[in-house]
Design a protein around this ligand. Structure first.
Ligand code: PAF
Length: 286
């Protein structure tokens, strides 16, 4: 695997691969890679001929400076993992390479509607930062297909809408969430958990499954969500949100809707964990 740090070098390598007739796959990341990221590389390898990944901790998508400062930077280990997973090219730019005119002067891509509420509500500006950096990365790499994890369900919805609204000729592929044996969704933020918190962390996914079960038994939505928040607190979390939305477009889950996604975010110690569960309810929302 080759690692490059500049847009010019990146473009040169991708151009050569494209001229050789290769279909380009792209996996953008913020590094500190785990098995979930590697499953994105595996999907990219199975669907494309030349796999590019990026490692860039994007300051524009952090609304909390202390969160940005402590975000783990582990480039040498990431390079080893990507290389072992048969990634062809790694783009690891620094902040000046990505924002040469400074962040304050950067043009912003704003994706309306789907970026509102949920994580967009709790982290103001977060999705503008994501859609802006992903647009830049897409224009730098010019991939045929890009791969994103379903754990960040709202992020995928934002990127799909952006690609569609702005006519970007890129296929967005969603890859199922990678989980530990006990159900915890893999995340770089799991590294912030103490051993004790790690035991409790599976409680978020358990709670989402309990919501699905209650709704399938015909329980009323508001009551079920209120109980779920209490259950999260009992399990040691500080809930941020628990919501049920239409899976297709993240619109509020109206009565009768059956294809839903149950989304939750909650703090456990210093970590803010998110997860979701896509379900087909046997009798729809009551
Ligand atoms: O999901 C992530 O790791 C980031 O939000 C992304 C898509 C790499 C943009 O910085």
């Amino acid at each position: 695997m080759i690692t490059v740090h500049t847009v010019a070098e990146l473009r040169e390598h991708v151009r050569t691969a494209r001229q050789a007739g290769k279909r380009i796959g792209f996996v953008p990341t913020m590094g500190n890679l785990h098995a979930g990221h590697i499953s994105l590389i595996d999907s990219a390898n199975s669907e494309t001929d030349y796999v590019v990944s990026s490692v860039f901790v994007n300051p524009l998508q952090f609304n909390d400076q202390s969160d940005l400062q402590r975000y783990p930077r582990t480039l040498p280990q990431d390079q080893e993992k990507l290389s072992a997973a048969d990634c062809d090219l790694l783009f690891a730019p620094d902040v000046d390479e990505m924002y040469p005119n400074g962040q304050a002067e950067q043009s912003i891509v704003h994706v309306p509607v789907v970026s509102k509420g949920l994580c967009g509500g709790s982290r103001p500006g977060h999705f503008d930062g994501v859609s802006t950096v992903v647009t830049k990365l897409f224009n730098q790499v010019l991939p045929d297909a890009a791969f994103f994890g379903e754990k960040d369900f709202q992020q995928v919805a934002v990127i799909k809408k952006m690609v569609n609204d702005l006519c970007m000729p890129i296929e967005v592929v969603t890859v199922p969430t990678a989980r530990a044996e006990d159900g915890l969704a893999l995340s770089s933020r799991n590294g912030y958990l103490s051993d004790e918190e790690r035991q409790l962390a599976t409680g978020l996914y358990k709670t989402l499954n309990e919501i699905a079960e209650a709704l399938n038994h015909g329980e009323q939505l508001d009551k079920t969500l209120a109980q779920a928040s209490l259950r999260l607190e009992e399990r040691g979390f500080r809930p941020d949100y628990v919501e049920v939305r239409a899976a297709a477009d993240l619109s509020p889950a109206a009565p009768g809707v059956s294809e839903v996604v149950i989304l939750g975010a909650a703090f456990l110690g210093n970590a803010r964990l998110i997860d979701n569960l896509v379900v087909t309810l046997n009798r729809g929302i009551v």
